[in-house]
Design a binder for this molecule. Structure first.
Ligand SMILES: [Zn+2]
Length: 254
């Protein structure tokens, strides 16, 4: 990767605070988000003005998601990785630490029931032999294994670090996301419209590997999160339900 601006994965907040090893440890205090004085819902962590909870809908999928989350990302209310777990109940979240691999994740990687794929761009030659396409996910499923998308959840800089400094990921197939989709995320400023946030990456890949319903629900839930959060920043309540809100409410009432 030439610089941070070509990152097609992960959330793209400018990340001046994550450059050194020493800072890979969890912060002592929860991340102080802009507007952290705002009263937040304890469930969804959005400002209560536009709480996300009424739109929470679960979906079935044949593919699972495991998030390997950078410690600094956990506390950010604008994190979209957590939305995936709200929609797909089997989602697991592991905290990445460079010198202390998560034991639960290592056990999962050893479990032959699962076929894990690391989601990462395919733009570097040194791991080109590991790159696979969505058909590999279908093949794993046909073999009776549960395909798993491992998403590296953090800024681009953090995701690259996780990819490069986690030896237990080095033998896994790498699944890049190829899409013409432009991001709809407007809570952090991306370096480019082609840079999708974590929930968008998950939705697009789920769609590409045959989990269309889960992808649709996650997309709608992400859009509601995005609109609700942005509206709260303007201190206004979304009075008229958006199309995504209406679709999720319809699913809830079924
Ligand atoms: Zn809520």
């Amino acid at each position: 990767m030439k610089d941070d601006s070509d990152a097609p994965i992960a959330e793209r907040a400018p990340a001046p605070d994550v450059a050194s090893d020493a800072q890979a440890d969890p912060p002592r205090k929860p991340f102080k988000a802009r507007g952290s004085f705002v009263e937040r819902c304890e469930e969804c962590r959005l400002p209560v003005l536009n709480c996300l909870c009424p739109y929470r809908v679960t979906a079935e999928s044949t593919t699972r998601v495991w998030l390997l989350t950078h410690p600094l990302e956990h506390y950010k209310p604008t994190n979209t990785g957590r939305l995936i777990g709200d929609v797909l109940a089997d989602t697991e979240v592991f905290t990445w630490r460079r010198t202390e691999p998560d034991e639960g994740l290592l056990a999962r990687l050893d479990d032959p029931r699962f076929a894990p794929f690391v989601v990462f761009p395919d733009d570097q030659p040194d791991y080109a032999h590991r790159v696979v396409g969505p058909e590999a996910v279908h093949e794993a499923r046909d073999d009776g294994r549960i395909p798993v998308l491992i998403l590296l959840d953090g800024t681009w800089r953090q995701a690259r670090r996780i990819f490069r400094k986690s030896p237990y990921l080095d033998t896994l197939p790498v699944l890049p996301l190829h899409t013409s989709r432009h991001t709809r995320y407007h809570l952090r400023k991306p370096a480019s419209a082609a840079h999708l946030c974590t929930a968008e990456v998950a939705a697009e890949l789920l769609r590409q590997v045959g989990d269309a319903t889960a992808a649709d629900v996650l997309d709608d839930y992400f859009d509601v999160f995005n609109d609700s959060y942005a509206s709260s920043r303007r201190h206004s309540k979304l009075e008229t339900p958006t199309p995504a809100m209406k679709r999720l409410l319809a699913r809830r009432s079924v």
